[in-house]
Design a protein around this ligand. Sequence first.
Ligand SMILES: [Mn+2]
Length: 311
Amino acid sequence: MTITDVVSRLREHDDFIIITHIRPDGDTVGSGAALCNALQKAGKRAYLYDNPQFPDCYPWLSDPFVAPQGYEPKFAVAVDLAEEKMFPKGFSGPVDLCIDHHPSNSHYAIETYLEPDKASCGEIVMKVVKELCGKLEKDLADQLYVAVATDTGCFVYGNTTGDTLRAAAELCDAGASNTVLNKILFRTSSKARLLLESMIFSSLRYYHGGKTVFAIVTNDMLTKAGATEKDCNDIASLPGRVEGAATSAVIKEVDANHCKISLRTNGMVNANAVCKKFGGGGHAMASGCSMDKSCEEAAAMLADAIAEVIE
Ligand SMILES: [Mn+2]
């Protein structure tokens, strides 16, 4: 499939429903909102599937496009949605067309347009929208900017390429309010989140001469901070900010005898190999595992396992 094929498929059909993934992020919602908006501008009926987790993401982005009660769609398009287990709650398919950037896409849709080298789905939807509408209007540029900026952590993650920055530049030229959006997306935190961060930073534990840093996050800390799940987004990256840290972990209490571990490394230690020892895994620089242990026991075992790899 080419972008032109995607656009002709959209032109051939009507009554669209756009599907975003479970635990939605800025990329899936920004891409979905932009695609809905572009289809509406092209004279089509199009809405977002009412993902029950929209209120946890950016409701101001999704709210204007959520399908009204009783809407009967005829063509489903999934955006940024790699596999069926990522379907939003209450949705079971089928999907007519999938637009995605995950290399792991399972080709569950009838047709799939995939660009696995793109940092965000938003960059692909941007090409679709431009061909469908003939131009990028400011509202579309704002929606797509959210998608591109959030999936790259405001253009700092390793997935950011020259293509990503050129796409972002084009969105800014089209009127995207990058300053306002960056403030909302990356420079604003809830009081609970800031309180939780202060507790995390003030209780860091150092091992191996400071090369290894752990944060233990207990349920008691979450209660004291008034933090909920959405205040815990990306806490795994916090301890690794310490100067000299090569390996870092967040050990999050589930209950007295269970915890979840997110391990991050700079590549010197293979995070996947360490987490595999405890039945987990993931990527070389970011992995996870669970342990049927208290946080204290888990920290001791994890520090030992990392020491074995360092030596
Ligand atoms: Mn994405």
